[in-house]
Design a protein around this ligand. Structure first.
Ligand code: FBP
Length: 340
């Protein structure tokens, strides 16, 4: 029987759509001879929940999911309906997937023990970041950290399984619900960004091997905090202004972080005279973004230590966060030392 070899046809009539997240995860899994596919499946579960949440957000104004839910969460913040929806969607997907034994969520006061006798992963998640922007159609996000449990599989969840340092993460990522929906993640071997093609229901690789510019011209801080800022931070902001840097502040950590990662810049949510530990949560905001930042060649600190070295003591603890281009973080660091 006559056969012919397949030759890739780059006919413009059928332009290549690119690499799907699923194919990419499979191809990367092959890099790890002992990989069991569980982490791959976990990433797929997160992607599925992200698609559903993206749909809910995109039609929030049409179906009654805008506005407050009428409860406050453990942080004392008023929960938005979409906070609750995102929390349910991600928790359900992580439970159904079967790879996870425990979940730490911004919307849950305690650790959710899934009593899953075969789950080896612990997930810390901020289901919907940027609460103040939820109802005004400004970019918001989801942030997640993945750890391998420390105690044997099947044992009751222990504190040591959950309160792990950021440098123990096996994967971390965020979803950005902006003009397009993107999923960006790392497993410790580079940072990859995928854009959601809603009409096909697929994430496609759009930002391979993201590297943050070493220096930048954007500083991101809520200047409304000025009366409560410490001298060293005030000095650094003045330094940025002198350098002619531009102020950009969306008020959604994921969106501000993403922009600064791609364009070069620094995000500052410092400790203030009012809140010495600042606002950002270590376990499900700072740790994940710090892992991604370092994988992209950027840096993340609390002003004294590397975020990923901080030993967590409680689920919802806050930390000052300075994250961004390497040179800008170093400049900030040396200024802080001078002033102290
Ligand atoms: P949540 O919305 O998940 O609580 O996250 C905190 C956050 O909204 C960040 O996304 C954002 O960078 C910061 O707080 C904004 O704080 P502020 O309103 O004080 O500037």
């Amino acid at each position: 029987m006559k056969t012919k070899p397949y030759i890739q046809d780059d006919n413009v009539l059928a332009y290549a759509v690119g690499t799907t997240l699923d194919r990419f995860i499979k191809s990367k899994q092959a890099d790890f001879p002992f990989a069991t596919g569980e982490l791959s499946q976990l990433l797929r579960d997160i992607a599925l929940a992200a698609k559903i949440v993206s749909r809910e957000i995109s039609r929030a104004g049409l179906v009654n999911v805008a506005g407050a839910y009428g409860h406050t969460n453990v942080q004392g913040e008023e929960q938005q309906k979409l906070d609750v929806i995102a929390n349910i969607r991600f928790t359900r997907a992580l439970t159904k997937g079967g790879e996870v034994c425990a979940i730490v969520s911004e919307e849950e006061d305690e650790v959710i023990d899934l009593q899953n006798s075969r789950g080896k992963y612990v997930v810390a998640i901020d289901p919907l970041d940027g609460s103040s922007n939820i109802d005004v159609n400004v970019s918001i996000g989801t942030i997640f950290s993945i750890y391998r449990r420390v105690t044997p599989i099947g044992y009751p969840i222990q504190e040591e399984d959950v309160l792990q340092q950021g440098k123990q993460q096996v994967a971390a990522g965020y979803v950005l619900y902006g003009s397009s929906t993107m999923l960006v993640y790392t497993t410790g071997f580079g940072v990859y960004g995928f854009t959601y093609e809603r009409s096909l229901g697929e994430f496609f690789l759009s930002h391979p091997d993201i590297k943050a510019p070493v220096d930048g011209h954007i500083y991101t801080i809520n200047e409304g905090l000025q009366p409560y800022l410490e001298d060293d931070v005030l000095e650094y902001v003045a330094h940025c202004k002198q350098k002619g840097a531009s102020a950009r502040y969306i008020g959604s950590l994921v969106a501000d972080f993403h922009r600064n990662m791609l364009k070069g810049g620094i995000y500052l949510y410092p400790g203030t005279k009012k809140a010495p530990l600042g606002k950002i949560r270590l376990m499900y905001e700072a740790n994940a973004l710090a892992f991604i930042a370092e994988q992209a060649g950027a840096k993340a600190t609390n002003g004294k230590n590397r975020i990923l070295d901080i030993v967590p003591t409680s689920l919802h603890q806050r930390t000052p966060l300075f994250i961004g281009s390497e040179k800008m973080i170093e400049e900030l660091g040396s200024l802080m030392k001078q002033i102290k």
